[in-house]
Structure formats: structure tokens, C-alpha cells
Design a protein around this ligand. Sequence first.
Ligand SMILES: C[S@@+](CC[C@H](N)C(=O)[O-])C[C@H]1O[C@@H](n2cnc3c(N)ncnc32)[C@H](O)[C@@H]1O
Ligand code: SF4
Length: 353
Amino acid sequence: MYITDRCNLECEQCIYKPSISHFINEEIHLTNALGLLKSFRDLGASKVTFLGGEPTLYGHRSGGRPLLDLIDGTRALGYEYMRIDTNGQRVAKLLREPSFQKMDEIAFSLDGFSADTNDPLRGKGTFLRVVDAIKTALEGGYFVTITCCVQKLFLERDADGVLALERMIRFAQELGVHQINFHDLFKVGIPMDTWTGSFAPEPVDWIPVYRELREKIDAGTFSIAIRLPQCFVTKAEFARNPGYYGYCPVKLGERVMVHPNGTIRICSNLICTAFGVARYADGHIHWDRTGANELAGHDMGRLTPCTNRSRHRKYGDLVPVCFSFKPGQEEYVWNHRLEWETNRIPASGSQYA
Ligand SMILES: C[S@@+](CC[C@H](N)C(=O)[O-])C[C@H]1O[C@@H](n2cnc3c(N)ncnc32)[C@H](O)[C@@H]1O
Ligand code: SF4
């Protein structure tokens, strides 16, 4: 749930940049937010992430109380897992609030292992402030994770041949967080390519780096959980196991994103476009019956490479898989609901379980 379109940073790579505004429908009003959460809970939802914009700014005109009321109300609705994605620039006071302590996970965004590698993306001074907040949250007993964008620089090696991506993992490990979750920044022929800066690696350079890191992760080299997106596979590999690589939240109906402007959408690749699956207004959710329904673009009965990343761009021998395809991930929905890895469809299968 993108509860606010307001932010106190202007990150160069921000996926949400065109929506950041302080003007119209800046926030999902608390009553609407809890009404929607009740509807989704009735439909079976059990995990919610609050983000935005910067969710710690939610209800700032009322001294921040609405965020705490939202957390209390969400728990009261029976949600089993509540998470917040924050830039960590002003959370010290919140971390001491009993209502905030009900959060199951605080995910801090950190895009480098030093001010030199983080601040060009997130802004001057952000590295020191977020690292400070991470330490405070850990001291306070929170379950703390880091979300980190894989910028081009992470594919470079130091004098000892160590990938900067690995240095990022080791930095997270030293901080003592429980998990690091990587997001990709590839340019894949979608609208956000035009505003997400110049930090994108090339797919072909990613493949060997992914393999190297995946081997180390699988060999137990690191002591924290790592969610590393595979992003691309060869066409032959996809054809061998479409039931595995064809994972798609749109086809699974696995989640939705809710925005302050009334849009309900599934695929993050369509953020800041007119596409979605539904809209909410006047306390009701209205299914989108127009051509702007994002489902219209999908072949819902077939397991394919990522629809939105393969529509306008080709990658030679590679095909894109969902950016959320992160093998072996220790994630609430996977462990308790999807059991994705254990229920994987045999290579010959082409239907959903
Ligand atoms: C849009 S932010 C909102 C929450 C909060 N403001 C923050 O930065 O954590 C949610 C997450 O998306 C990540 N993100 C931003 N731009 C992105 C992009 N172009 N591709 C992938 N992830 C991105 C951010 O780093 C952050 O971890
Ligand atoms: S802090 Fe989050 S929402 Fe704000 S600009 Fe950065 S990535 Fe975007």
C-alpha cells in the first residue's frame, strides 16, 4: 500500500518519481486505507507493506499519529505480517513508539556500502543517516532488512577481484541485519526507463555476476538471507522449465499495489502509467473493464517470459523473468502461502497449480 505520494528525498533512480507530489490526493486517508485493508483481508490477504513516497511521512499534518493508527488498525484486522519500506532519514522517534513496534519488519533502503557509493543515488548525507537508523532499529530489537538497488557500479571488482555487489552483502552482514533484498535497475522497454537515471547494468553483464553470487549464496558463504533477482535466463533454460521461470504475480493474482490516486495495480513495471486492474472510490473497488486493465496485455493461460519486460525490448539469447523471481528466498508469502519452490511445476507442465 503506497500510503503517501510525499517524500523527503529525490533519489535519482526512483521508480515512483512522477507520482511524488504534495498536491492532489497526497495520501490514502486513514479511513479509506483501513477500509481497503479490510476488503483485502476478507479476500484472503495476510501480509501488507506500507511504502510510498516515504511512509514515515504519512499523516505528518496530524503529527504522524495516523501512521500509528494505521498500524494498530491493520493488526486489529488480523494481518499476520506488516512491513514498512523506509528511506530511514527520520525514524528515530518512530522506532520508540509502541504502535510502531508492532511492525514485523523494517526494510531500510540503502544503495551502497559507503557514502561514495550510496549518496550519488539517494542524496548527500543519506548514507550516514540511514546507517544510524539501522543500528538504532537493531538495538531496539526490530527485524531489520535492507533493500538495495543493483546499480552498474556493483558489477565492478576491486583490486582483489571482489565484486562490489559482494562488498554490499558483506557490509549488510557486518551491520547485523537479517536480510538484504536486491532490486534490479535494468532498462527493459517500460515507461520508467525514461526517468530512472543512468545506473542500469546491461543484461549480458549481469548473467555471469548473478551465477557467481548465486553459487556463493547456495554454498552458504554468507550468514544473512539474500534475495537476489535472476532477471534473465537463456531462451533454452526457460523452455526447459516454464513452470518455474514463468512465475508472474499478475497471472497468480498474488498481490496488489494500492496508490493514493485510486489505482490498484499488480505489476510494478507499470508504476506511473495508466494501467492497473481496478480503482477504488467512495468506499468501493471497481474492476477496470477498459483496455487500461493490465490483464489485457497478458496471455493468462500460458507461462511466458515477463510480459511487460519482453514487449518492447529484445535481449538476444536471453529472455526476461519477473524481477520478483528470486530463487530460494525466505519470504513470508513464499514460506507460508505459495510454497513456490516445493510446488514448482515440472518442466513439461504449462498450467498453474
Ligand atoms: C519507491 S521506494 C518507497 C519507500 C521509501 N521511500 C524508500 O525509499 O524506501 C520503495 C523501494 O523501491 C526502490 N526503488 C526505487 N527506485 C527503483 C527502481 N527504479 N527500480 C527498483 N527499485 C527501486 C527503493 O530503493 C525502495 O527500496
Ligand atoms: S526515498 Fe523512496 S520514494 Fe523517496 S525518492 Fe527515494 S526511492 Fe523514491
